[in-house]
Design a protein around this ligand. Structure first.
Ligand code: 2RA
Length: 329
């Protein structure tokens, strides 16, 4: 396989290289692609130095797959050019996610929707991915009615500038600001831009993408997304009301059998999911499962995952693996 990584010099781009290497993805040739200003820089893959090239050069080289993580405007402009050249694009940005002609894929849930004709495939938002991975089998079993989620999101979700802001603040140094306020020793109830209804785009991604991935518009989702001074993963407090009756034992049994989920729930021994444990893991960690004692058929749970891995790089690489396995590229 000839594979291009577009946005190879960013945080997610770096993670994609790691995941491709770790999973022994069948790469014969890897093209590293970035903006004009990063062209010519070098990165190492499987012990080999690769020089970063520009978009035109990458299209001319005709890879079979291009994994994009270069932001919405680059994806909007460049993904169709790759697709027209016959290259299958797996896109990490929000540019194509809600386009009805594009599939929004979490492989464990809906990869079977993919066909050879899908030339731009959208990778969902990180906070949505970890939530649906944890919930979809419970939804199949008991039918979700309503989800109330509050997130506690890592600065790595914003990118390198935000990691630098946090580290500079922690060291008492001046530097560029990724956020409108300090992030160290603070919490920002604000991720992405505010929309007309008072919610942020990140919150509306969780609402809309969940319905699309589950192919079920009847699931009600309401979200509050929050940035915290943490690295390593996003955490979510999730309250879910179901239609059918069930026991907590059944919930645990289903979660334990859900692909990609790791149950970490032993409060007697102070075991629960934390970002520092999710860091560099591909699994979605689930714990603190308990009844919501205020209403029937409702539980609370705590879901943590490395947003750069399952929330971005790993999910994208898993889509690529599925395409290869099913001869779709
Ligand atoms: C964030 N969801 O954490 C974004 C990254 N895609 O800001």
């Amino acid at each position: 396989m000839k594979v291009a990584v577009v946005g190879a010099t960013g945080l997610v781009g770096g993670e994609i290289l790691k995941v491709l290497e770790e999973r022994n993805f069948p790469v014969d040739e890897l093209l590293l692609v970035a903006s004009e200003k990063s062209k010519g820089t070098k990165k190492t893959f499987k012990g080999q130095e690769i020089t970063v090239i520009g978009v035109d050069e990458a299209i001319a080289a005709k890879p079979q797959i291009a994994i994009f993580s270069a932001g919405g405007s680059t994806s909007t402009k460049e993904a169709p050019r790759f697709a027209e050249a016959g290259i299958t694009v797996i896109d990490n940005s929000s540019a194509w996610r809600m386009d009805p002609t594009k599939k929004l894929v979490v492989p464990e849930i809906n990869a079977k929707e993919l066909t050879k004709e899908d030339k731009i495939i959208a990778n969902p938002n990180c906070s949505t991915i970890q939530m649906v991975v944890a919930l979809h089998k419970l939804h199949d079993a008991f039918k979700m009615k309503r989800v109330v989620v509050s997130t506690y999101q890592s600065v790595t979700g914003t990118g390198k500038k935000a990691v630098d802001q946090l580290m500079n603040e922690r060291a008492g140094k001046e530097g560029e600001m990724a956020y409108p306020y300090r992030i160290d020793l603070n919490v920002l109830p604000h991720i992405d831009v505010f929309t007309e209804n008072g919610y942020t785009k990140e919150e509306m991604k969780m609402v809309n993408e969940t319905k699309k991935i589950l192919s079920d518009d009847s699931v009600k989702v309401t979200a509050t997304t929050v940035r915290i001074p943490v690295m390593g993963g996003h955490s979510e407090s999730v309250n879910v009301e179901f239609e059918k009756d069930f026991s907590l034992d059944e919930v645990y049994r289903i979660l334990e059998q859900t692909e990609g989920v790791l149950v970490v729930d032993d409060v007697k021994n102070l075991k629960y999911p934390m970002p520092m444990d999710a860091h560099q893991k591909d699994e979605v960690l689930v714990g603190r499962v308990r009844w919501d004692e205020t209403q029937p058929r409702t539980i609370n749970m705590w879901i943590v995952a490395d947003n750069l891995r399952k929330g971005a790089a790993t999910n994208a690489v898993q889509i690529a693996e599925y395409l290869i396995k099913h001869n779709l590229v």
